[in-house]
Design a protein around this ligand. Structure first.
Ligand code: FES
Ligand SMILES: [Fe+2]
Length: 422
């Protein structure tokens, strides 16, 4: 009943699932998370569309490392550790760019776009064998793989392959990736913000179908007032939650609001109605009625363990979040759009992205406040030490989207990974 780590209590007979609040506050737990989770799981790096052309690169932090995600002069994708083999300086210092290679600003060592050291120093500066074995080249991430244009790295050279790791989450990635006939693309711009709360609170919150009507009541009321709510009774009012394997989980439910991909609502304007309905019909032609309408009308919030969120709701969002300290995380968000999308639909999509999902939108500040309130509450953990995540446990069969099965899926995996060192 008490799991691998002693911090998750999973009583399937008594229908009680609890997580120790120490998991959100203890620096030793964070150290174990770095060792057992971030050093061994597949972590999202970026999307193919961010490095479309040869020489394109972006720099970012992934799993506590500084990395360069680039496409070399032959079109091959790499992830390099952004540290000079000479004395360690970061060799790429811009957030993004296009370059035939990289040159370290400190002493000038330079590298081809495939990471090879670009020249040998004149005789006498270094020993004959100095360049053997690539010791002057940029270091690469131990594993790098792609699924449907989403690139992931793994710092564990022996970890299972990406597709196996992704498990059933691939079905949901497909539902997003297939929305564009010519694929999907990250739209320029990348909000980065900090939350003074433990990173796992956002993992839970991202697939929490229980809080929206209370926490985001202002937004829901606003949507009703501007004509962006359209409940379609034929879709059924309920939703489902699913454990997708390996700690990945999702909720799926009929969209009560507009979806620029293919679900029109009055606030989008009459001038766009025909265009959006034509897009919905194309999805049905391409993928059949059941899947096409599912893509058009259903919302999906998915967490890929440990920290990648793909939200396919009023807009498409990709989001990662990393711990800085037990009570502090940094979040990065990207908007995902249909390649070749009509500018009017792209505008709606970006408006929705900012209106709800951006750090200054209607919803994210609500969530930030809720998460920080939880973290403050954990100061009482000696007297009040456990979270309750039991909702829906007695329900047989399909779980509802406002049950908490999806969060239990995350925590069972977390417990297994973290307990592997216990
Ligand atoms: S640290 Fe990069 S050249 Fe010296
Ligand atoms: Fe929320």
């Amino acid at each position: 009943m008490r799991g691998f780590s002693g911090m998750v209590s999973d009583d399937q007979v008594g229908h009680l699932f609890r997580v120790a609040r120490r998991a959100f506050t203890d620096p030793d737990i964070l150290a174990r998370e770095r060792d057992t989770i971030f050093d061994h799981c597949w972590l999202y790096v970026g999307h193919s569309s961010e490095i479309k052309s040869k020489g394109d690169y972006v720099t970012r932090s992934v799993g506590g490392r500084e990395i360069i995600f680039n496409r070399d002069r032959d079109g091959k994708v790499h992830v390099f550790l952004n540290t000079c083999p000479h004395r360690g300086a970061t060799v790429a210092r811009e957030p993004q760019g296009n370059a035939p290679g990289f040159r370290c600003f400190y002493h000038g060592w330079s590298f081809h776009s495939d990471g090879r050291f670009a020249a040998k120093f004149p005789d006498g500066n270094y020993g004959e064998s100095h360049y053997e074995g690539g010791c002057a080249n940029l270091s690469q991430a131990p594993q790098l793989a792609e699924y449907r244009d989403f690139w992931f790295l793994n710092f564990d050279a022996g970890a299972e392959d990406l597709e196996t790791y992704l498990g059933d989450s691939r079905e949901i990635i497909d539902l997003v990736a297939d929305q564009g006939e010519d694929g999907m693309e990250i739209v320029a711009g990348n909000p980065v913000y900090d939350i003074h709360a433990n990173w796992k609170l956002l993992a839970e919150n991202s697939i929490d179908g229980y809080h929206a009507h209370l926490t985001h009541k202002t937004y829901i009321d606003y949507l009703g007032h501007v004509g962006n709510m359209r409940i379609d009774e034929t879709l059924g009012l309920g939703g489902t939650s699913r454990d997708l394997g390996n700690g990945h989980a999702m909720v799926e439910y009929p969209a009560p609001w507009g979806r620029p991909v293919a679900r029109w609502v009055p606030s989008f304007g009459d001038d766009k109605k025909a265009m959006i309905e034509a897009r919905r019909d194309q999805l049905v032609v391409r993928y059949g009625e059941a899947r096409g309408l599912r893509m058009a009308n259903m919302n999906r919030n998915m967490l890929i363990f440990p920290n990648l969120v793909i939200n396919d709701i009023m807009a498409n969002t990709v989001r990662t979040f990393y711990p800085v300290a037990p009570d502090h995380m940094q979040v990065s968000g990207w908007a995902l759009g249909v390649v070749g999308e009509d500018p009017a639909l792209r505008q709606l999509r970006l408006f929705n992205f900012l209106e709800f999902l951006g750090p200054g939108g209607f919803a994210t500040p609500d969530d930030v406040e809720a998460l920080e309130a939880c973290q403050r509450g954990y100061r009482n953990q000696r007297e009040a030490g456990w979270n309750d995540i039991s909702k829906g446990m007695p329900r047989e069969g399909t779980k509802k989207h406002d049950d908490e099965e999806q969060m239990r899926a995350f925590w069972r995996q977390w417990d297994k990974r973290i307990g592997s060192l216990a």
